[in-house]
Ligand binder design. Sequence first.
Ligand code: IPM
Ligand code: MN
Length: 356
Amino acid sequence: MSKEYNIAVIPGDCTGPEVVDEGIKALEAVSLKCGVGFKLNEFSLGGAQYIENGTLLPEDILQELSEMDAIFLGAIGHPDVKPGILEIEILLKLRFELDLYINLRPVVLFPGVDTPLKNKGPEDIDFVVIRENTEGMYAGSGGFFRKKTPDEVAVQESINTRKGVERCIRYAFEYCVNRNKDKHLTLCGKRNVLLYESDLWYRVFNEVQKDYPDVQTEYQHVDALCMWIIKNPEQFDVIVTNNMFGDIITDIGAIIQGGLGIAAGGNINPEGTAMFEPIGGSAPKYTGMNKINPLAAISAVQMMMEYLGENDAAKILLVAIKNVLRNDLKNMEAGKMGYGTSEVGDLVVSYIHNHI
Ligand code: IPM
Ligand code: MN
């Protein structure tokens, strides 16, 4: 074994630990098969810790996480904690403080998985959304004036820096060049209304495009793009967009690829560390029931292997996931899979073992 990766594991809340267990099971199996060395470092963060002693994301943990090769996150979100606290103080703080400025979300329909889109199949649904992950409406800029009076004002500003926009767009062009599809990059914005923000994105997009003459580019307004993703998903290869639009369109992406049980994403700092997660949230009502689909978490591990350059491991994991979807799972939804959470993990492991 040449290198030993330091991987942080944050199981998080509710069903997070259950799916993380299956992700680790798959990681262990594929690493053994491919000779990938790793050390797991577990961090207890989330609603339970917050309720117990007020801990959210301490500085020393943040420092340790910044030194990891990669981070594997289950889910953050607890039914007994008011919305906004854990999300902002843990998940968004991780993205911001570690400067994980790319949120990479593949939208791929695998054979055997149902999509709600009529007459569309795996050959039609295969694109990647690159969402800016540290700025925009998520930057937390704004405030109240005369709060809770009849004259109340609420301001929520969208922050877009030239540097932030450019590095995201550049990453998208690079990604598009290296992706084995149409070399077609769509910028998603709202130029007809957001005269400043979308104008900056549009100008930077056109400037950076000059460095990538082989990439075919297109601009779409976000509302129209939401429609086209449903109507003609096959027209998309790579989409680049801001934080808020990216959040919304990737939920549409998740449902057309079979739902939150399969959708995974990477929060990436190309010059630093990266954090991989199933994007479905903590699904509190299924906690401890062995019903939730772990394939999104296993796909997050697959993306992590790809990011680390462990291409054989990534490939074997992908084949195993596809096999389970094609041959075994009845349905993608929690409780309807025909197997429990841990059995789905076992199936993935058996395909990894049997891979020739
Ligand atoms: C996501 C989630 C988060 C986001 C929430 C939990 C803060 O919806 O990762 O897409 O809005 O980014
Ligand atoms: Mn979201």
